[in-house]
Design a protein around this ligand. Structure first.
Ligand code: ADP
Ligand code: MG
Length: 312
């Protein structure tokens, strides 16, 4: 299979979205944003063995590569529109490509985002995606808008992916529900859209709650108190986590891909209502205050965990 056959077979014309004047096949894609809207642009790369275990199913790799980018669009409150795929592979193996494309395009269709171009190269397996969304001016959920008194809330549950990874490393023992959360995170795109106009700040949780929330606090020039007991657990997490490691997994573990948002008290009921309408839990886990830094309400050591850093 040549590079061009591969692109045609697995990546051209598999997904569609408004505003694609010209998609895969020319030197550039031509895209028409909705009139008056701004573009939200993000890029994340997944490297085999670092961002996902080597033995991850190829359809999960395709899914997750797009999911982590959709999660960034969600955290800005942007509507997903288009994406570009940089695919680096040791070899062009049809069964692998077929499954990878199924996972990738399956998630893309769910969110109405279209693949409009990319690059295909040979080398150690890595997948880079640039995702482009759009939104009206001045409504993006930025990191710098949190104010003292805002409630700190998270969607869904925390720690599942970190627990799945820990169990894989320790015993190879696989719990299906936890493994699903590691392999196939659900980007909270609808939640991000619903929180426009309500949240003062937002970030998606990729490197662990404490490290990611610290970015919001620093950008906003505020601090926070967190209630360790309020961190939401899934049923599988509740059943399987080692109690002594609950906080480490939930506050320090990565790969949650939930949203962490700051919401003024008077907007909280409406935010809860909108998320519950989409069957998504929104848990309040603390409060923004004006003293810099992050504290635990129950007096646990300050800053016990730092987020994942590649060159830390
Ligand atoms: P160029 O040499 O002009 O960069 P390429 O030969 O790299 O073009 O790619 C040919 C066309 O296929 C371009 O439109 C490019 O965007 C697209 N393309 C290449 N790889 C991928 C991929 N993995 N997924 C989607 N589109 C791709
Ligand atoms: Mg190229």
């Amino acid at each position: 299979m040549t590079e061009f056959e591969l692109i045609r077979r697995y990546f051209a014309a598999q997904t569609s979205s408004d505003g694609v004047v010209l998609g895969v096949g020319d030197d550039c894609a031509l895209l028409q944003p909705p009139p008056g809207e701004q573009l939200a642009v993000t890029h994340d790369t997944l490297v085999a063995g670092r961002h996902y275990p080597f033995e991850t199913a190829p359809d999960a790799i395709g899914w997750k590569a797009l999911a982590v980018n959709l999660s960034d669009l969600a955290a800005m409150g942007a509507q997903p529109r288009w994406f570009l795929l940089s695919l680096t592979l040791e070899q062009a193996e049809p069964a692998w490509l077929e499954a990878f494309a199924r996972g990738l395009h399956g998630l893309a269709r769910q969110h109405g985002i279209a693949l409009v171009g990319g690059d295909t190269t040979r080398g150690p397996q890595a997948i880079g995606i640039t995702a482009i969304g759009s939104l009206p001016p001045d409504i993006a959920l930025r990191r710098d808008g949190a104010r003292a008194g805002d409630a700190i809330c998270v969607t869904g549950t925390l720690g599942d992916a970190a627990l799945a990874l820990q169990r894989l490393a320790q015993s190879g023992d696989d719990d299906a529900a936890l493994r699903e959360r590691l392999d196939r995170p659900q980007p909270r795109v609808q939640a991000g859209l619903a929180l426009r106009g309500l949240a003062t700040a937002a970030i998606d949780l990729s490197d662990g709650l404490v490290g990611d929330l610290a970015h919001v606090l620093a950008a906003s020039g505020v601090g926070a108190r967190l209630d360790a007991g309020a961190l939401p657990m899934s049923a599988a997490f509740e059943r399987l986590h080692p109690p002594s490691q609950r906080l480490q997994l939930q506050a320090g573990g990565g790969d949650d891909y939930e949203l962490c948002v700051c919401i003024p008290p008077q907007q909280l009921a409406e935010a809860q209502r909108r998320l519950h309408a989409m069957q998504l839990q929104l848990s309040c886990i603390g409060e923004v205050d004006s003293a810099p830094g992050l504290r635990w309400q129950d007096g646990l050591p300050a800053q016990p965990f730092s987020g994942y850093q590649h060159f830390g």
